[in-house]
Design a protein around this ligand. Structure first.
Ligand SMILES: [Zn+2]
Length: 360
């Protein structure tokens, strides 16, 4: 009886800690795509309707890649997603001009709610950094960062026309060096592992990713989705494993504890990531414990792409309820809003300073 009452009290405490579903200014969105793989989407005005009073601020970016509609491949069928065609994807730099154009048309009060991001560069091109500088000098006063851009991404990297991006390419080092110089916040997507990898093996890209991050300790970097993907599962261990390799939560925890990676934060965006986090009560509890231990290092984001209305947009946030209700008030606030404010305000301030010094 006492145990049941105790459990009930805990559950009630957890419930009261949770803000009501439509609480005002509930979260900021660190990962949001206004447009899709064929550069279509919703307007900022439509997004503001969805945000209402529930979402105070959001990042604003398109997708740097365009799916080609190849008549030879799909005939009259017009693909809208990269899995719907064998034709390649290509870098569509106009996305940056588009984002700047729709952002600058907004009234000032609405502009302050958005952090537009530059994405339309090829991270395998030594000239990518020149594109980023050109965007800043052409549209001063607009952008807070770069990304989400991708290096390793399941099913996508191999479809991009031209040279495949790599974590060891000096072109990427140049981009991250310039982000340090200018203050641009970086949202980097790079899968930690290959799709359908073996159980009991270290994720293949982990070592390269860590050394890249360590080479750029002055850059403010957000590792999107903590390196997970739709089929890039959290590292798992077989029952027969003699030497037990770390699982995903342990890998992230080790990175958080490493002083050489203090400049790296993680976004917990994408419903695919939420699915892993809430897949069992045990995983939800372990995820919450990690967020409580390192409350300054995680940002919530939806990773929705041009959502058609509030339902698909808020579904991602609501999926996290089993984790959020186990967070301390401090961790909950920081993951939903506090870290966003700290990181993106600093980005805005520093990029405006860089522009002042470089735009005549
Ligand atoms: Zn992503």
């Amino acid at each position: 009886m006492t145990r049941t009452l105790g459990a009930l009290t805990l559950a009630l405490l957890a419930l009261t800690r949770q803000a009501p579903a439509d609480a005002p200014d509930q979260f900021y969105d660190s990962h949001f795509h206004l447009t899709n793989y064929i550069q279509q989407g919703i307007t900022p005005q439509q997004f503001l309707q969805i945000m209402g009073t529930r979402v105070g601020r959001s990042t604003l970016f398109g997708i740097p890649l365009q799916q080609q509609w190849s008549y030879n491949n799909s005939g009259e069928f017009a693909p809208t997603y990269y899995l719907q065609s064998d034709a390649p994807l290509y870098y569509y730099s106009f996305t940056d001009a588009y984002i700047a154009a729709v952002y600058t048309k907004l009234p000032a009060a609405e502009r302050t709610r958005f952090d537009p991001m530059i994405t339309g560069f090829n991270p395998a091109d030594m000239y990518a950094v020149d594109h980023i500088k050109r965007v800043l000098t052409t549209f001063p006063g607009v952008f807070s960062g770069i990304g989400e851009f991708s290096i390793h991404k399941e099913f996508v990297s191999s479809k991009v026309s031209g040279e495949t991006a790599s974590l060891t390419n000096p072109a990427l080092d140049r981009i991250l060096d310039f982000a340090a110089e200018s203050g641009l916040v970086v949202i980097l997507h790079s899968d930690i592992d290959m799709p359908f990898s073996k159980v009991d093996a270290e994720p293949v890209y982990l070592t390269q990713m860590k050394s890249l991050l360590k080479r750029h300790s002055r850059t403010s970097i957000i590792w999107a989705h903590t390196g997970l993907g739709r089929v890039v599962h959290p590292a798992s261990v077989s029952a027969e494993s003699a030497e037990r390799p770390p699982n995903h939560i342990e890998i992230v925890q080790a990175m958080l504890a490493d002083p050489a990676l203090a400049h790296v934060n993680f976004d917990i965006s994408w419903d695919e990531v939420a699915k892993y986090a809430v897949s069992s009560p045990e995983t939800a509890a372990r995820t919450a414990a990690l967020l409580n231990k390192y409350p300054d290092r995680f940002l919530f984001g939806t990773d929705t792409v041009a959502p058609s209305g509030p339902a698909p947009y808020y579904a991602v946030f609501d999926m996290w309820a089993p984790v959020f209700r186990q967070l301390t008030p401090d961790a909950s606030f920081k993951v939903r809003k506090g870290n966003y404010t700290r990181i993106f305000d600093e980005g805005r301030r520093r990029v405006r300073d860089w522009e002042k010094a470089h735009v005549s």
